[in-house]
Write a protein that binds this ligand. Structure first.
Ligand SMILES: [Fe+2]
Length: 190
């Protein structure tokens, strides 16, 4: 009798284990999706402000493109869970007042670098929690689909911040040069 109930329990666990996942991983995954959509909304705010001011069109388009990319990252994370019937909880994705009213381009770039770092750090936490919970499909997904792109995005923003810091005496000229470079790249896009 005992052995048959153990057998049935084992079958149930095997059948439903793909649908059960630990609370730690679930929370970190929710935070990850939240951070991606928050970054998207924040970049949209920056892009809108820069576009209306009409000075830094290159950076305006850069932030518009980045907003679309972040949204795609959030969607990709959702799709991965959708096919596994894992439900997440979403609360407000709210751009804080400081970011919403930001006017200074250097501060926007610094804020973007900070957000990219937070996204990266949480991605590492998701990967670690998935590994601890032996959720190897999630480990593989994070490593193969998310981490490399996020590392590149963080490096790009980090380099921008460092260039600005190194040229703090001529930051306006540098920002204008960077803006021109971005415009040239955007024109070359098919
Ligand atoms: Fe992202």
């Amino acid at each position: 009798m005992v052995s048959s109930s153990v057998f049935i329990s084992t079958i149930i666990v095997l059948l439903f284990s793909p649908l059960i996942f630990g609370e730690d991983l679930k929370k970190l995954y929710e935070v990850q999706v939240h951070k991606e959509f928050l970054a998207s909304n924040t970049y949209l705010t920056f892009a809108h402000r820069l576009a209306t001011r009409g000075v830094y069109h290159g950076f305006a388009d850069f932030f518009f493109d980045s907003a679309i990319e972040e949204r795609a990252h959030g969607k990709k994370l959702l799709d991965f869970y959708n096919v596994r019937n894992r439900e997440l909880l979403f609360k407000d994705v709210k751009v804080d007042e400081t970011a919403a009213t930001m006017e200074d381009l250097t501060k926007m770039i610094q804020a973007a670098e900070y957000m990219e770092r937070q996204v990266y750090d949480n991605l590492i936490e998701v990967r670690l929690a998935a590994h601890i919970e032996k959720d190897y499909p999630t480990v593989h997904f994070i490593e193969s689909q998310m981490l490399e792109e996020q590392t590149t995005a963080l490096k790009y923003m980090y380099d921008l911040v460092k260039r600005i810091e190194r040229n703090s005496d001529n930051s306006t000229i540098l920002l204008q040069m960077m803006d021109q470079d971005l415009r040239k790249k955007q024109v070359k896009k098919p």
